[in-house]
Design a binder for this molecule. Structure first.
Ligand code: SAM
Length: 326
């Protein structure tokens, strides 16, 4: 495979550009060698023995970036990764994250509360008997992803992650290989094309659409323009699953501070996605055709909190809810 730009050997021997590279892969998951295996026919020859396949990090392969990734523009999945304290982002993503933090200093807490809501909703749904999850706009499936949470509650839970960021697919494949391939799949696709997503053979392999499915769209629909008809897209996914299925949505709002929110939205303009704030009515309307689980569409920390919700919950901009398809 000498000369193939996708091989690790080639990546290792590639001269690093003079000066500091504009983008550096901050870290590579312990699972990445499995991904690398997909790009090369030989095994992990070339890694120092002492590193061990499971402990390789990016310092061993300076400047190596999976060739399918565009590192010139910030991507939402990687900005989230940066803000959530993960390792898989580039300088451009960190800069976008820092810009967002300048406008909304509590952005990290908003993201953490978003994941916490997602986890509580997942546990609630498993307890309610739903064991299939379609995680649309999943982001990087790191530790504590919806699959981990669902499988901790129910070993046979089935999860399909869908995202259009190729980095999610790179990590997702590693996750699937490391987790439970029979019950997990990663689909690289645009959620705005429900027919294509729902027809994907990997999705069909893992999910039985004749049985209830949780359609999860957390912090996703805020990246869909009004003219893309987010409500219609949600309705298409709901139409493909039987009654008793669930819809899990969270969506950013302006927190009652429109000027500050507008600045944050503008900060997202430098990324590959645009962000759109929506108000309570528009967010609640996304649940059309479902019966809302108590307490309805509420700020994330107030959705069935495990204990006392944080006192500053009003700072956690956004609303969330779970609906059950009638
Ligand atoms: C803000 S992150 C949210 C990740 C995760 N759902 C969460 O709540 O933490 C949004 C994710 O949606 C993905 N995304 C945005 N628009 C998408 C689209 N049209 N199709 C597929 N994925 C999309 C982004 O790549 C990103 O990973």
């Amino acid at each position: 495979m000498t000369g193939d730009p996708n091989t690790l050997e080639t990546a290792l021997s590639r001269p690093t550009a003079a000066g500091s590279p504009p983008n550096r892969f901050r870290g590579i998951s312990a699972r990445l060698p499995r991904v690398v295996d997909e790009h090369q026919s030989s095994k992990t020859d070339g890694f120092p023995e002492s590193a061990g396949v499971e402990s390789i990090d990016s310092t061993l392969i300076p400047g190596w970036v999976p060739p399918e990734l565009d590192t010139t523009k910030a991507h939402t999945a990687r900005i989230y990764e940066y803000l959530l304290g993960g390792m898989h982002y580039f300088d451009v993503d960190r800069e976008a994250g820092e810009t967002a933090l300048r406008h909304v200093p509590q952005a990290r807490e908003i993201l953490q509360e978003n994941r916490a809501f997602q986890n509580r909703a997942t546990r609630f749904l498993i307890a309610s008997g739903i064991t299939q999850f379609l995680d649309l706009g999943s982001g990087l499936p790191g530790t504590g992803n919806i699959g981990d949470v669902a499988r901790a509650e129910h070993r046979q839970a089935r999860i399909v992650f869908v995202d259009f960021d190729p980095m999610v697919a790179v990590h997702g494949r590693a996750l699937v290989a490391a987790a439970d391939p029979a019950h997990t799949a990663v689909v690289e696709a645009d959620v705005r094309r429900p027919a294509e997503v729902l027809a994907d053979p990997e999705l069909r392999r893992v999910l039985d659409l004749e049985q209830p499915v949780a359609i999860v769209m957390t912090s996703l629909l805020q990246f869909f323009a009004p003219e893309e008809d987010p409500r219609g897209i949600v309705a298409e996914y709901l139409a493909a699953v039987p009654p008793g299925s669930a819809l899990v949505v969270s969506h950013i709002t302006d927190g009652g501070r429109p000027a500050q929110a507008e600045a944050a939205v503008r900060a997202w303009d430098q990324t590959t996605s645009q962000m759109y704030m929506r108000g309570r009515e528009e967010i609640a309307a996304l649940f059309a055709g479902t019966e809302l689980v108590e307490p309805g569409v509420v700020p994330r920390p107030l959705w069935r909190p495990d204990g006392e919700p944080r006192a500053d919950w009003e700072e956690i901009w956004g609303l969330a809810g779970v609906g059950i398809k009638r």
